[in-house]
Write a protein that binds this ligand. Structure first.
Ligand SMILES: [Fe+2]
Ligand SMILES: [Fe+2]
Length: 193
């Protein structure tokens, strides 16, 4: 359903289970970055009214996810740690050339966001199915549904604002590129690691 070319090795869940504090910390920042991305799209592309409306709603939703994760960290008696580099995201950015028209840049940012949402959704689904802690599994099941909607929304905007054929081609290339990155990942207790 997500079009991803390489599924995550389910053994990644075993790594996560050994360090729930780290995964929740990393996850909290994923939600914060999702909210920040939505704000930044509003600032960069204010004339795209449909996008601005959806991003306004998205900021609220993503920051409410941040709160859910943060509350869980506190409920465990932990304090939110510092953010760390997201190797996956850094690698993914290399796919997109700098420059290009304003529309091209918008399309690139939308496809980038769509892919991160899709991979997050896939990881949340795996957690919801495989985690021994059923309460945490249910927590991830609910989030998985939200992220699936975000993935389709971003991809839909890319197709709406860009040239449909070009966007679809670029999306396929991006999926291939991402599958290559994923070959070396799935080994750490981070959402995309
Ligand atoms: Fe989210
Ligand atoms: Fe999201």
């Amino acid at each position: 359903m997500l079009g991803l070319k390489l599924p995550t090795d389910p053994r990644w869940v075993n790594i996560v289970e050994k360090n729930v504090e780290d995964i929740l910390t990393d996850h909290a920042y994923c939600e914060q970055k999702a909210a920040s991305t939505a704000i930044s799209l509003i600032v960069s592309f204010p004339e795209y009214t449909d996008l601005v409306k959806e991003m306004t709603a998205l900021v609220k939703e993503e920051i409410s996810h941040f709160k859910m994760v943060h509350d869980r960290i506190l409920a465990n008696g932990w304090v939110l740690g510092r953010d760390r580099k997201d190797e996956y995201v850094l690698q993914l950015l290399k796919f997109f050339p700098k420059g290009g028209s304003r529309t091209t840049q918008l399309v690139h940012r939308l496809l980038y966001a769509a892919l991160i949402e899709a991979r997050s959704c896939e990881r949340f689904r795996l957690l919801s199915e495989e985690l021994q802690d059923k309460d945490l599994a249910e927590f991830y099941r609910k989030l998985m549904v939200s992220e699936a909607n975000h993935y389709t929304m971003f991809l839909g905007f890319a197709r709406q604002y860009g040239d449909r054929t070009e966007v679809d081609e670029k999306w396929q290339q991006l999926l291939e590129f991402e599958a290559n990155i994923m070959k070396d990942l799935g080994k750490s207790e981070t959402i995309h690691g």
